[in-house]
Design a protein around this ligand. Structure first.
Ligand SMILES: [Zn+2]
Length: 335
């Protein structure tokens, strides 16, 4: 089969064997696979992985063969998959149903081969069947949308949590914006792309701040929040300069939520966090069932979020597209 293999320096299309189907697994023909910031961080060398490695973890496909001990009803199903595989169902975290932190977990496309390929084999416990009204391409948003929902699983909202400032309107930021609006929060959206800000505006965001065109971001946010700062400030950028503004634009006793996984060491003003008793949250993988429901019901919209689709053979072009324009949101690889 064809696969996009990362060798530690670069990715290239290689001919590799179709993975062997074990009795407990299903063989999936991959139909669509999204490029995530994590994939970009790996290729840039910011996030170390074993090599050679097939990257990719935001994907959807069809089950085309089932192993001997697997329920044959899986055959023909349209599915997406959890990112965390190799769950032992036995460790401290598994006993508490926190499978995404299982001590033996291996993340697809990060620790083990992922979805930038024609086929993948997986255990069926990882799979979620797609409702008929979610296309393969749209289904590549389920994993990051689950991560957006996880923001509020890890950080329950209190009575005083009314305004969230979201820094960075990439794919994750725009999904988080929609989830935050669905929770009744007022959103202040911050990005350097007018195109991305316009998408946030279409979702119903009233406060739009262009990062590059605003002299003082912190003053701007304080001006919208009775001089207090936002109740919650979320970061999807991982940019050190942005993080300085994130701390400064959070209200005293507010909440900061870090969503970015970029692999770099990032300085952050911990003294200001301590002095003003700000709570620091983080979250990553989340509930797929909520993401599927959000997409299927139409509450979460992803139509504007695919900037371009590419064939697997042109995956290098797809990675390069993120560098070409600040307006670029997400590339989807169709297989
Ligand atoms: Zn476990």
């Amino acid at each position: 089969m064809k696969a996009a293999v990362f060798d530690g320096q670069d990715i290239s299309i290689k001919e590799v064997p179709i993975p062997k189907l074990e009795d407990s697994q299903v063989l999936i023909q991959i139909k669509a696979s999204g490029i995530c910031g994590t994939d970009i961080a790996i290729v840039k060398g910011d996030l170390p992985t074993p090599t050679p490695l097939i990257l990719g973890h935001e994907f959807a496909g069809e089950v085309i063969e089932v192993g001997r001990s697997v329920d044959s009803n899986w055959e023909g199903k349209q599915i997406t998959s959890e990112i965390n595989t190799n769950i032992d169902f036995n460790c401290y975290y598994c006993q508490r149903k926190i499978y995404s932190q299982c001590v033996s977990r291996k993340a697809l496309g990060i620790d083990i081969d992922g979805s930038f390929a024609e086929y993948i084999v997986l255990e069926p416990y990882l799979l979620h069947e797609l409702p008929r009204n979610i296309s393969y391409k749209d289904a590549t948003f389920i994993e990051p949308l689950a991560a957006a929902y996880q923001t509020f699983e890890m950080m329950p909202l209190g009575d005083d949590d009314k305004i969230i400032a979201i820094f960075g309107l990439g794919k994750l930021g725009l999904l988080l914006t929609q989830v935050a609006l669905s929770k009744g929060l007022e959103v202040i959206a911050v990005d350097s792309s007018d195109n991305k800000l316009a998408i946030a505006q279409k979702y119903g965001v009233k406060h739009l701040i262009n990062y590059f065109e605003t002299e003082n971001i912190v003053d701007e946010i304080k001006g919208l929040t009775d001089k207090l700062g936002a109740d919650i400030v979320a970061d999807t950028t991982g940019n050190p300069e942005v993080l300085t503004n994130i701390v400064a634009s959070c209200k005293t006793r507010g909440k900061i939520h870090i969503k970015s996984t970029h692999g770099r060491n990032t300085p952050i003003n911990l003294t200001d966090i301590v002095v003003r008793e700000i709570t620091l949250y983080s979250s990553r993988c989340g509930p797929f069932n909520k993401a599927i429901e959000g997409l299927s019901s139409g509450e979460i919209k992803v139509k504007n979020l695919i900037s371009k689709t590419f064939n697997l053979e042109n995956i290098k072009e797809a990675f390069a597209a993120y560098e070409t324009s600040r307006d670029f949101i997400k590339a989807v690889i169709v297989v």
